[in-house]
Ligand binder design. Structure first.
Ligand SMILES: [Zn+2]
Length: 229
């Protein structure tokens, strides 16, 4: 029998489980975002080789805030972000209400999240000039959180992505995990989308990128490898 631990070294990534992304007070609250708390804490009890929580952590002048663009409205206005040194590169992004501003209550992790089980907290979105949904890096690779090096340095083989929001930061982080060569999973019950009506379609795209969706389906949680069987 082969030594499973040699080929299966899983990490749990809890994405952006912060006050501003959760009802009742969040400025960019994801519908039912707070309800995933018990599942996140149950997953944190499992013996993952590495457990990481991320925080969206923006300066006040962040490019993704509608308030920084005269006349723009959150959720409905878009903005084109151009590469600082190569104007031929750009991407269009949605503008949001101010959220997760550094050192505000909104940027705090949900206090009931069992951070005593988290090995490391990684901050993202600190560069004011680029949007960064992914916990790895922005689309131009200008701002890198260091997550890739942490995972590779620990010899991680499989990445389980949970947290908020399913259709933005969980999506982008899981897709980058695939790009970086990790077997990657999203735990269905441990995430919620900003736009539930568009989620089935978005999910299809995430699957096509190579991410597997797994469902806990009421099963008893014990060994991490049982999640993928
Ligand atoms: Zn943000």
């Amino acid at each position: 029998m082969s030594d499973l631990t040699a080929i299966f070294k899983p990490a749990l990534l809890v994405i952006d489980f912060q006050e501003d992304f959760c009802p009742p007070h969040g400025s960019l609250a994801v519908p039912d975002g707070r309800t995933i708390l018990p599942i996140l804490n149950a997953l944190l009890l499992l013996p993952f080789a590495l457990k990481i929580a991320t925080r969206d952590f923006h300066p006040k002048n962040h490019v993704s805030f509608a308030s920084n663009h005269p006349g723009a409205s959150p959720y409905t206005s878009n903005f084109s972000i151009t590469h600082p040194t190569n104007p031929s590169l750009s991407y269009t992004t949605t503008l949001w209400p101010d959220h997760c501003v550094q050192n505000t209550t909104g940027s705090s992790l949900i206090p009931e999240l069992d951070v005593s089980r988290v090995d490391r907290i990684i901050e993202k979105g600190k560069n004011p000039d680029v949007e960064m949904y992914s916990a790895f890096y922005d689309p131009f690779h200008i701002s890198d959180s260091g997550l890739k090096d942490v995972l590779k340095g620990a010899g991680i083989t499989d990445v389980f992505v949970v947290g908020l929001a399913a259709d933005y930061c969980v999506k982008a982080s899981a897709e980058h995990a695939v790009d970086e060569g990790f077997r990657t999973y999203i735990v269905e019950e441990a995430t919620k989308p900003v736009s539930p009506e568009e989620w089935p379609e978005v999910k299809r795209g995430i699957r096509e990128h190579g991410v597997k969706f797994i469902s806990l389906g009421g099963r008893e949680l014990g060994r991490v490898q049982d999640l993928v069987i």
